[in-house]
Structures are given as C-alpha cells and as structure tokens.
Write a protein that binds this ligand. Structure first.
Ligand code: BV8
Length: 261
C-alpha cells in the first residue's frame, strides 16, 4: 500500500517506499514508547463513516454553511430552522457507525499510560467506538441544554417528537454544542491544553485546523517538543511542521500506524 507522506525537512529524503515503511516504523515506535499521547480529531475522522465534513464538498445543508447556522444569533432568529439542521444531522449520524480510525484510537487509549483524545466533533462516534479518555471540545449533538436553566440531558431519540424540543420548565432546549462566537468550556480547554503541553506524541487527524482555539493545540504541542503526526487527505497549516504527514484516509492509515501497539 502506498502512503503519500512527507517527512520533516531536516530528514534525508529516501525513496518513496523506503520513506513509507521507514516513517511508519518510526511513528509506531514513537507511539509504542510514549508515556503520554494526545490526539486531536476533526470531522475528517468521521468522513469514512459517512458523516459530512464541515468544509468538504458535501458540507452544505439547504445551501446553508455551518457557520451560518451554528451561531446563537441564528438560533435566536429561527430556532426551528436551526433545529431542522440538527435533526437532519442527527438522523444522518444515527445511520453511521464508527470506522476503523475511531476503533484504532479507542484501542490506542488502552495501551498508553497517559492518553487523551481531544475531538472537535459533536457526532458521538468516538464514544460509540469505546473511547473514554475523551474531551468533546465542541459538545455533543446527542445532548440538549435548557436555554433557561442550563440543565443538560441526553436526547438519544433519533426522531424528536416536537421541534424545537422544550424543557419541563417550558423553555426551549438547544443542542448541547458550542456555537461560533460562544466560549468553550474552560475545563475542557484546560484539560486539552495540558495534554498538548505534556504529550510526547500528538496525532492530528482529519481537521482543517481553521477553528480556534482547537487549531492552536498542535503548535502548542510542537513548541513543547512533541513529535507531531498528521493524518489528512489534504495539506493543512500543520503539514509544513509535522514530523510525519500521511496524506491518506484516516481509516486506512491509523490502523496501520497502531498495528502491534
Ligand atoms: C470562541 C459545534 C471566544 C457546532 C463547532 C482566532 C482566530 C480566528 C478566529 C477565531 C479565533 N478565536 C475565535 C475565533 C472565532 C471562531 C473561529 O475559529 N472561527 C473560524 C471559522 C475562523 N471560534 C469560535 O467562535 C469559538 N469560540 O473562540 O469563543 C469567546 C470567549 C469568550 C466569550 C465569547 C467568545 C467556538 C468554535 C466552535 C464552533 N463550533 N462545532 C456544530 O458542530 O454544530 S466548529 C465545527 O468546525 C465542528 O466542530 C468541526 O469539527 C470544526 C472544525 O472543522 P473540522 O473538524 O476541521 O472539519 P472540516 O470540514 O473543516 O475539515 C475536515 C478535514 O478532514 C479536512 O482537512 C479534510 O481534508 C479532512 N478529511 C476528510 N476526509 C478525511 C480527512 N482526513 C482524513 N481522513 C479522511 N477520510
């Protein structure tokens, strides 16, 4: 199997095949020997499960872009429209299963003493695959939050009785996700930043690194001396300074990188 990959500029350029087996072996050894590993994932890790990414060709819904609907202003203006988008996504995701990339990361967690999976995804597929050392930076669309009392509850039913759902107190319930312009949970950001600061290896999987503050985590890890591995089907701002960059689908590369971990 050919994995298109590049290696940090300081390394001698070997033949494509040698680099492929050489760099895969190096990444495997780094991960096996690491006491502390952090992983940052984005929508690309769920792409092979059939979940639309945000900025890919199918990142549209009724010609809206996510940034137009995933905001408090859009919800205040038209809660029914925003809920119809989330309902559409929940129904799409309900038909999707975790893919080998999710499974590889859930298995990796069991072999690393200090492991944290930091995801920007709200689809719940990492949890479904068995990941438990997990920070969902942007929330989870299978939970809802009361707009008056801030109480959070699971809403696993694929078909929602009434849209928009209401709390027992009578107030609207919103998806328990972080919208653009809203602050992330301080506890989640602290936990993610501390993991980035102390990890020996960071895997950056399936994210365009356009959304902050998550996008700043790989540079933080690199500054602290982490060995940075990117898995993405296209280049991103991290590719230039990653120690290893694999430009193939996560569902193919991650199981190979985790083999015999
Ligand atoms: C905040 C939940 C402050 C909702 C989401 C600094 C600089 C610039 C801008 C800002 C900044 N600081 C803050 C901002 C503003 C803003 C922001 O970052 N804007 C961007 C668009 C410029 N950030 C915020 O508003 C954040 N809040 O900072 O608050 C604050 C403080 C105090 C008081 C008030 C405010 C909140 C951001 C969270 C937004 N919510 N989601 C929902 O999902 O419904 S973000 C949304 O984008 C998703 O969570 C998604 O995961 C995330 C990031 O996108 P990606 O995951 O990377 O997905 P994308 O489609 O872009 O890319 C997919 C990648 O996968 C691609 O690279 C593709 O090549 C690759 N791929 C595809 N297939 C595969 C693959 N790779 C491997 N294998 C494959 N098979």
């Amino acid at each position: 199997m050919r994995i298109a990959c590049r290696i940090s500029p300081g390394r001698k350029r070997l033949s494509k095949m040698a680099v492929t087996s050489d760099i895969v072996t190096e990444v495997r050894l780094r991960v096996q020997r690491a006491r502390s590993v952090a992983v940052l994932t984005g929508a690309g890790v769920s792409a092979e499960s059939g979940v639309p990414t945000f900025r890919g060709a199918n990142g549209l819904w009724r010609s809206y872009r996510a940034e137009q609907l995933a905001t408090p202003q859009a919800f205040a203006r038209d809660p029914v429209l925003v809920w119809r988008w989330y309902d559409w996504r929940r129904q799409r995701i309900a038909a999707c299963c975790p893919n080998p990339a999710h499974a590889a990361l859930a298995a990796l967690e069991r072999t690393v003493p200090d492991f944290l999976l930091i995801t920007q995804n709200v689809d719940g597929l990492h949890r479904q695959a068995g990941s438990t050392a997990l920070v969902e930076l942007h929330g989870n669309l299978w939970r809802v939050r009361c707009t008056a009392e801030e109480t959070v509850q699971d809403l696993p039913a694929v078909l929602i009785d009434t849209i928009p759902p209401c709390c027992a107190c009578g107030a609207l319930q919103r998806p328990d996700v972080v919208w653009f312009g809203e602050p992330l949970s301080e506890a989640a950001v602290t936990r993610a930043s501390q993991a980035a600061e102390r990890c020996e290896v960071m895997l950056v999987v399936g994210t365009s690194l356009l959304v902050h503050p998550a996008a700043a985590l790989p540079a933080l890890a690199k500054r602290r001396g982490a060995y940075l591995v990117e898995v993405n089907v296209e280049p991103t701002p991290v590719t230039a300074y990653a120690d290893a960059a694999f430009q193939q689908p996560a569902g193919i590369v991650l199981p190979r990188l985790m083999h015999s971990c």
